[in-house]
Design a binder for this molecule. Structure first.
Ligand code: ATP
Length: 302
């Protein structure tokens, strides 16, 4: 398979559930080795798209392929190339952690997989729970087991559907360290999350989905430049500000003044006027626009 083959190819994908058009013509190519984010509000169609990729849901029209394997015509190969961490906590209560991972290896025809199982358990901090029955695991531990299950066959493409929903800081950190390492080794990662700061920190490229359509798709860096709303928060040694700026600045409950601006020249002008009026700045904080600002903006505009 050539490196030019996209890790994930989605062409004009459509899916309708009775009255809901969950996917309304989605096209997307994710290159091998990318760390790609799929963002969107509740009900945008993210899980439907992942279910189609995993062969759990049939699309009404369009194509989907994983590492060049069509998810319908070439189901086994496509499924083998994919490791999916589902959103819901689904597990078999009759086995312990190690047995669950052995059984999952068996589904993929892997009989001597102990070394890799040990490595995954180590990185996800599951080793000390290896002999525990899955039923007795905490929610966070079950989430770790789901991640381990998805990785058991070393899939070239890893899909994570909101993997950090309701999990503690420790798991987030160890999960992202491990997934980033796998990405560095060449695995492609597709992530859906509502934690936009995670997407901003991890994803090289991001697509935003709304009502079953892609409304933005670009590098994270380019998306961050779509909004130029900066915010400055100032604490002053005076109770009032020059008349020219009244109405332009808002006062916070803690007495700080806040201004949103697009161009730093405006901030310079404000500082000059304050100085001219004999008002001293005691403290100043600048806030750069983040992915959440961009996301909110795009969802409002489209
Ligand atoms: N099996 C189903 N039957 C009927 N409607 C469905 C089914 N699965 C999904 N839908 C609908 O399709 C739309 C897309 O749902 P989907 O779960 O793909 O969204 P999502 O972006 O993953 O949302 P969330 O962020 O809440 O997980 C929603 O309106 C949902 O109610």
């Amino acid at each position: 398979m050539s490196e030019a083959t996209p890790a994930i190819h989605i062409g004009d994908l459509r899916k309708r559930f009775r009255t809901t058009q969950a996917l309304d013509g989605v096209s997307l190519d994710i290159r091998q080795g990318e760390f790609f984010g799929l963002l969107g509000p509740n009900g945008a169609g993210k899980t439907t798209l992942i279910s189609i990729l995993a062969g759990l849901t049939r699309a009404d029209a369009g194509q989907a392929a994983v590492m060049g394997h069509d998810v319908v015509r070439d189901y086994r190969q496509a499924r083998r190339a994919l490791g999916v961490v589902p959103q819901e906590l689904v597990y078999d209560p009759f086995f312990n952690v190690r047995e669950t991972l052995r059984i999952q290896s068996g589904y993929f025809g892997l009989r001597h997989n102990e070394a890799w199982i040990d490595e995954i358990m180590h990185h996800l901090d599951l080793a000390r729970h290896a002999d525990k029955n899955t039923q007795s695991l905490s929610g966070g531990m079950k989430r770790r087991l789901l991640v381990a299950q998805a990785l058991v066959h070393k899939p070239p493409v890893i899909v994570l559907d909101e993997p950090t929903a309701g999990v503690d800081v420790d798991l987030r950190r160890s999960l992202w360290e491990f997934i980033s390492r796998l990405n560095g080794e060449g695995h492609t990662v597709l992530l859906t999350t509502h934690y936009l700061e995670e997407a901003e920190a991890l994803c090289g490229r991001i697509a935003m989905l709304k009502s079953g359509r892609i409304v933005a798709c670009d590098t994270t860096r380019n998306l961050l430049q779509l909004t130029n709303e900066h915010c400055a928060q100032l604490r002053l040694d005076a109770e009032s500000i020059p008349a020219a700026w009244q109405g332009r600045l808002a006062r916070d409950a803690d007495g700080c003044w806040r201004i949103n601006f697009g161009d730093y020249a405006e901030l310079e002008a404000l500082l000059a006027d304050l100085r001219g009026g004999g008002i001293r700045v005691l403290e100043m904080h600048l806030q750069e626009p983040d992915l959440e600002d961009v996301f909110t903006d795009i969802m409002k505009r489209t």
